[in-house]
Design a protein. Structure first.
Length: 210
């Protein structure tokens, strides 16, 4: 990873360190949020026994849900660039023996992590330093028959407005347009299974061809 990307991640890590107690980061999922997450689980089907990758896990809110769903025979590998977020995730997930937590970027960690049944990028994709490179990396980490899931609780337009208006290290962290995501899927031989961008949020699920 080059110096420019590393500096960008350092600035973002500092930003998210300061957000660790924010309501959006620390509170348990509400009923409406769980309903939106169920859209993902309806597509993935049962997760028991599977190996999942969760980049950008924050304080571990989704990690906890995934750990419950994969059960004792499954594994959730999660990471975040923010040391404070990872520390909070460790506290939340204390006693979860089926979770591995790392502090760092996907670029720095990918080579040591192997492959996964599903990759679930929830509320994180805009924050990757290089969207195209990260997409390719995550696509290559998928097992045949797996799913790459990119999801948000809000639409692309809302995501981009929130980040632009933040005026901070995340101000330029925008979701790529639909045509770009479609092109990247085609380049990496991923077939789009689900595409939604509406009042219920953003959800892209794609799986390897063949």
């Amino acid at each position: 990873m080059n110096d420019q990307k590393e500096k960008a991640y350092q600035a973002k890590a500092t930003f998210f360190d300061a957000q660790v107690q924010a309501e959006w980061a620390a509170k348990a999922y509400g009923a409406g949020e769980m309903e939106k997450l169920e859209r993902i689980f309806e597509i993935t089907g049962p997760l028991a026994g599977l190996r999942l990758l969760e980049p950008g896990c924050g304080t571990g809110r989704l990690t906890e849900v995934l750990a419950q769903r994969v059960g004792p025979l499954g594994r959730v590998v999660a990471m975040d660039i923010s040391p404070q977020m990872v520390a909070a995730a460790h506290r939340r997930l204390d006693g979860c023996d089926n979770v591995e937590l790392y502090q760092g970027s996907i670029e720095a960690l990918a080579d040591r992590l192997g492959t996964f049944d599903h990759v679930i990028c929830h509320q994180v994709f805009p924050h990757f330093a290089d969207h195209k490179a990260a997409f390719g990396m995550l696509a290559r980490m998928l097992e045949p028959g797996g799913l790459l899931v990119i999801s948000h609780f809000i639409s692309i337009a809302e995501i981009n407005d929130v980040h632009r208006n933040a005026g901070t290290a995340v101000a330029a962290d925008l979701m790529p347009p639909a045509e770009t995501m479609r092109r990247w899927c085609a380049e990496h031989r991923l077939c789009i299974d689900t595409w939604q961008d509406d009042d219920d949020g953003y959800l892209l699920c794609a799986k390897p061809n063949g």
